[in-house]
Design a protein around this ligand. Structure first.
Ligand code: BGP
Length: 479
C-alpha cells in the first residue's frame, strides 16, 4: 500500500508559449509572450510593440515542441507519465482573438498532441490561458482591463471544449491568476500594458487596471466553468495559483498582521473568489488600501457564485518572509521579489529560497480552507546544468530538491490532505517565464538550445530521468 492514491496523477508541466516555438506557423498570431525578448537573472527581458530585427525573441523557436511533439511525448511515456500538463496557445486558435471562425490548422495541432498522449495513456491537463494572450487585444483593449475580453475568451473556450471532448477532461482556466495582484503580472498575465515598450520590470504599475482585469478574468473563468459543467458533465475544472508561502519574519505582532495581509493579497484573494464563489470579507479594505474602485456589473456576482471550480491547483517553488522592518535583508523570488530572507533556508542560483516543509504546510493550509481536491501542478529547481565527462547531466541537486518536496507531499497526505497529483515544472528544458533564458533549466530531459538562440534541439536524458521513472513506478515509495 502506498501513501499516495493509486490513481495519483504523476507527470510534468509545461506551457505552450515557453516550449512550442513555431510562433507564426500555420496561421498563428503573435501573443504577448512573442513580443518579449530574452533576458537573464541580471538583465530584465523587454517587451516591444513590433518585432525588431536582429533581436532574439525566445518564444519564436523555443524548443520547437511543435515539430518534436511525438519524440517528446514518447520520452514522457518512457518515464511513466500518467498526466501531462500543457497549455493551448490562444493565438493558434484565434490569431488576434477577434476572428469569428477558429484557425483549423491550430486546432489540428492540438488534436495531434492529445491523440499522441492518448496513445500512451497519458491524461492531458490543459491550461487554457498560460501567460499569453493575443497581442492585438493588448493594443485594442488594454488586455483584460477591457470587458470585451470576457466574450472573446468564452468564444475560445467553447471551441476547444467541443473540439477536444473525449481527449481532454481536466482543464485549468488561468495559469497563476494571482500574478494579476502583483506588478509583474501586468505583462505576463493581465496584459494591461497598451502602448508600453521597455524592460518588463519597469512597466508602469497601475493596480486599478490590474484589479479590474482580474475581475474580468474571474467572471470569464466562472462563465466557462459554468458552461463546462452544463454542457460537458465529465469535465473537471480547476483554478491555478502561484502560491508564494510567506512567514512572519519575527513574532512581533506587527509582522504577524502584515504577513496575514500579504498572504491574503498574494495567495488567497483569487482562490477565495474562484473556490468560494464570492469576494472575501477582507476585499473591501484591500481595495481601499490600494485606492481601487472596481466596476462590477449586474449579474457578475451571481456568475461568480455559479462558476466555482472543482479542484484547486497551484505552483510551489519557494517561500519567503514578511516584516515591517524596512532594513531586513531581501530575497529573490517567483514573479514577486518583495520578501525578506529566511535565515533557515538555502536559495537557488536565482535566489529562490528552497523550502520543502513549506509545501507540507501550504497543502494543509489550502486544504483546511477549501476542502476540495488539490494538485501541485508546478514545482522544481531552475539550475545551470553542465554535462559530465560521460556526456550526461548528473543533476543530483534537482533529484534532491524534488525528493525532499515529494517527501513533504506524502506527509501532507498523512495529515489528511486530498492530493490528486504532481506535475513538476519544465519536465523538458524550456524558456524561463521570468527571464527568457534557456540557461535556467528544470527538465528531466536536456535540450540542446542555448541563450544565444543556437543549438540543434536534440533531446537527452538527464540523471533525474531514470530517478523520476522509478519514483512513478513505485507510486512515490522509492525516492
Ligand atoms: C511559474 C510559471 C511558469 C514557469 C515557472 C518557473 O511562475 O507558471 O510559466 O516558467 O514559474 O519560472 P521561471 O521560468 O521564471 O523560472
Amino acid at each position: 500500500m502506498s501513501i499516495l492514491r493509486d490513481d495519483f496523477l504523476w507527470g510534468g508541466a509545461v506551457a505552450a508559449n515557453q516550449f512550442e516555438g513555431a510562433w507564426n506557423a500555420d496561421g498563428k498570431g503573435p501573443s504577448t509572450s512573442d513580443m518579449c525578448t530574452n533576458g537573464s537573472h541580471k538583465v530584465p527581458k523587454r517587451v516591444t510593440r513590433t518585432i525588431l530585427p536582429d533581436t532574439l525573441y525566445p518564444s519564436h523557436e523555443a524548443i520547437d515542441f511543435y515539430h518534436h511533439y511525438e519524440e517528446d511525448i514518447a520520452l514522457f511515456a518512457e518515464m511513466g507519465f500518467k498526466c501531462f500538463r500543457t497549455s493551448i496557445n490562444w493565438t493558434r486558435i484565434f490569431p488576434t482573438g477577434m476572428e469569428q471562425e477558429p484557425n483549423e490548422k491550430g486546432l489540428e495541432f492540438y488534436d495531434r498532441v492529445f491523440d499522441c498522449c492518448k496513445k500512451y495513456g497519458i491524461e492531458p491537463l490543459v491550461t487554457i490561458s498560460h501567460y499569453e494572450l493575443p497581442f492585438a487585444l493588448v493594443e485594442k483593449y488594454n488586455g483584460w482591463e477591457g470587458r470585451e475580453l470576457i466574450g472573446l475568451f468564452e468564444k475560445y473556450c467553447h471551441v476547444i471544449f467541443e473540439r477536444y471532448r473525449g481527449k481532454v477532461k481536466y482543464w485549468l482556466t488561468f495559469n497563476e491568476i494571482n500574478a494579476g495582484t502583483m506588478p509583474m503580472g501586468t505583462i505576463l498575465s493581465t496584459g494591461t500594458f497598451k502602448g508600453y515598450e521597455g524592460p518588463i520590470t519597469e512597466v508602469p504599475d497601475k493596480p486599478q487596471e490590474r484589479y479590474q482585469a482580474l475581475h474580468h478574468q474571474f467572471v470569464a473563468s466562472a462563465k466557462v466553468v459554468k458552461y463546462a459543467h452544463e454542457h460537458y458533465p465529465e469535465y473537471r475544472m480547476g483554478n491555478m495559483i502561484c502560491f508564494i508561502t510567506s512567514y512572519p519574519l519575527t513574532c512581533n505582532p506587527d509582522d504577524i498582521v502584515r504577513n496575514q495581509e500579504s498572504m491574503r493579497e498574494t495567495n488567497w484573494y483569487c482562490s477565495d473568489v474562484m473556490v468560494r464563489g464570492e469576494y472575501p470579507a477582507y476585499a473591501k479594505r484591500l481595495w481601499e488600501r490600494k485606492g481601487i474602485s472596481l466596476k462590477i456589473e449586474d449579474g457578475d456576482l451571481e456568475i461568480l457564485r455559479e462558476g466555482t471550480v472543482d479542484f484547486y491547483t497551484f505552483s510551489y517553488y519557494m517561500s519567503n518572509c514578511i516584516t515591517v522592518d524596512p532594513n531586513a535583508q531581501g530575497t529573490g523570488g517567483n514573479i514577486v521579489a518583495t520578501g525578506a530572507k529566511n535565515p533557515y533556508l538555502e536559495a537557488s542560483a536565482w535566489g529562490w529560497q528552497i523550502d520543502p516543509k513549506g509545501l507540507r504546510y501550504t497543502l494543509n493550509e489550502i486544504y483546511d480552507r477549501y476542502r476540495i481536491p488539490l494538485m501541485v501542478v508546478e514545482n522544481g529547481l531552475g539550475a545551470y546544468d553542465e554535462k559530465g565527462p560521460d556526456g550526461i547531466v548528473h543533476d543530483t541537486y534537482r533529484i534532491d530538491y524534488l525528493r525532499r518536496h515529494i517527501e513533504q507531499m506524502k506527509e501532507a497526505v498523512k495529515d489528511g490532505v486530498d492530493l490528486m497529483g504532481y506535475t513538476p515544472w519544465g519536465c523538458i528544458d524550456l524558456v524561463s517565464a521570468s527571464t527568457g533564458e534557456m540557461a535556467k533549466r528544470y527538465g528531466f530531459i536536456y535540450v540542446n538550445k542555448f541563450d544565444d538562440g543556437t543549438g540543434d534541439l536534440t533531446r537527452e536524458r538527464k540523471e533525474s530521468f531514470a530517478w523520476y521513472k522509478k519514483v512513478i513506478a513505485s507510486n512515490g515509495e522509492e525516492l
